[in-house]
Design a protein around this ligand. Sequence first.
Ligand SMILES: [Zn+2]
Length: 322
Amino acid sequence: MKKNILFILSCLLLLLPLTACKKNSEISNLNINQGNKLIKQNNIINKEKKLLLVSFTILEDIVRNIVGNEYNVESITKPGMEVHGYQVTPSDLVRGSKAIIFIQNGFGFELWAEKFVTNLDVERITIANNLEPIFINEDIYKGKPNPHAWISPKRGILYVNILLEELSKLDPENKEKFKKNAQNFKNKIKKIDEDFSLFLNTLQKSKRYLVSCEGAFSYLTNDYDLKEAYLWPVNAESQITPKRMARVINLVKEKQIPAVFCESTVSSESQESVAKETGAFFGGNLYVDSLSKKNGPAESYLEMLEYNLNTIKNGFNASLKN
Ligand SMILES: [Zn+2]
């Protein structure tokens, strides 16, 4: 190294034309060769990226936004799938055995997760351990925490903070990188949070009801000064009973709620009946437990938040025009 530096210095000092410094080109060739070697080594490392296994697609996207290309991130449940009552397959267990960590929502969302991890020797991150719950206040789930906190952009930011901390503990070397990624991602969530607040301010307070199929919007309604009503508390219990149906119909009529909604992973038939019965506008399906399949409208967490916001906005606007 010393020799090379002396050689370069002597070239410069003697003001020789660069072409005369043949050794220089040899040095840069050496660098290129070393560079190629590095690229090759990186490719090998890429192929051997460690696996972070996640319970559902929304969390998969959030985790990927934080870790970038450092890890393989895979979800147990696929896009468009119902998550609560999922049945674990043998291939999930194989993937679980290869993962360095299993990341789940908690609050009883993944009914299958306990059984899944007891068969594996894998560390676990549970978001709910660091999150304040909102409790379900009616029906057979009364008193249990509502698991759907990610639906609120404000809580989405908390998810990123919790994951950033946990993933930085797992991989301290990449802490700064994760922090930068997380900040970029949070800025984008914050923008949707602001858009949502702006829209809600335009709505008459008495009509600020979000009526859905699953009672998955408690965090959203709590964080944005809305009230909520639903056909069933969680999708694991998605049978519609005449009593539940009548309760929602009466409320929509009584409060003159302009629009009702369902969600992408269940049938919207019952909610469309509510709309017909009450004259409310059926505003469409919101994304709650799963991202959409490829080329769908909610392939990422940010797209999902935006899609839900626009669907709610359009539902209310269309109903107010009628
Ligand atoms: Zn759900």
